[in-house]
Design a protein around this ligand. Sequence first.
Ligand SMILES: Cc1cc2nc3c(=O)[nH]c(=O)nc-3n(C[C@H](O)[C@H](O)[C@H](O)COP(=O)(O)OP(=O)(O)OC[C@H]3O[C@@H](n4cnc5c(N)ncnc54)[C@H](O)[C@@H]3O)c2cc1C
Length: 342
Amino acid sequence: MTVDVLVVGGGPIGLATAIEARLAGLSATVVERRSGPIDKACGEGLMPGALAAARRLGIDPPGRPLRGIRYLDGERMLEHRFNGVEGRGVRRLALHEALSARADELGVTRLEGRVDDVEFDGDTVRAADVTARHLLACDGLHSTVRRRLGLESPKRIPDERRRYGLRRHFAVEPWTDTVEVHFGRRAEAYITPVDERTVGINLLGPQGIDFDEELTTFPRIMRHLDGAEPVTSLRGAGPLRQETTHRVRGRAALVGDASGYTDAITGEGLRVGMAQARSAIAAITAGDLRRYERAWARDTREFRILTNQLVVLATSPLRPLLVPAMLAVPGVFGRIVDRVAR
Ligand SMILES: Cc1cc2nc3c(=O)[nH]c(=O)nc-3n(C[C@H](O)[C@H](O)[C@H](O)COP(=O)(O)OP(=O)(O)OC[C@H]3O[C@@H](n4cnc5c(N)ncnc54)[C@H](O)[C@@H]3O)c2cc1C
């Protein structure tokens, strides 16, 4: 049997892609190498646009409301509230459960297995013993399929732009209804409330950061934690920046982090990935997957530009001036937050 869409990777974007396929009347199979609920180092902030996209897919995962974004630098703080919309802090496990249940409800076939190779044969593509009309690779930052398809950029990322993420949760009542981004000397600490007694803390910065040690360099966060215990083990991801030359090859295409990623500094990976999932399926239903290339550029353009600018600043000698400069021109921060909220 030939399936319409074979999705490699059952992370949030793989599941969203399979759900989009079913909503468009296509048959869909997801191959995921891991079993059970899937966790990952992630800030877990569904920005308002991501929450709206999740609802469009038919899920409403549990979590904690997010009403804006704060940037903090020592005791300095600037905050901008989302304008009439709300985001949500959602544990990855809860997001995975909601997406999995929706995929099952819509009749997505889910297989456990690891894709190591992709074969093209006339009008079909084959991987993990599944023959499909199209293959959408949603296998994350270090995508095997991207490499197999020859879509990885040969450009070397400069060492100072190679950033990594570390995540842990703490048992403490959330002290904020925003995503807080604390700018430290060399790392940013992201605070995301995910339920009434848990906050997630992500550290974004250069390789080799020791989570516990670095956290002590954020006295304001330490005060809020007030000795609270970590309730999850440490998870890491990176290097975050991954570049691709193209997103489509024949009957296969890259979606989500597999298609290229800039950084987690704006917390938009899920929104952008869900937009790509929708565009890839629209291209398939229009009978021409090549259309996805242009749609991908449109879906990711603003994310790539803004994220890149922030990372350039955050990894430059101007880093200590970032928050003071935004405090001096508050309209700029407001515009950034309004854009991230879309
Ligand atoms: C530190 C950090 C903080 C972040 N914070 C936020 C945030 O607050 N908000 C936000 O929106 N985004 C955030 N992001 C980005 C977000 O986590 C990603 O954009 C999102 O997880 C991408 O989903 P994905 O499904 O493309 O990839 P993944 O979530 O990586 O899923 C890929 C899946 O593919 C599977 N897989 C891999 N290889 C194979 C293979 N060969 N065969 C079969 N299966 C395979 C993996 O097991 C995995 O389940 C953050 C990222 C990081 C690193």
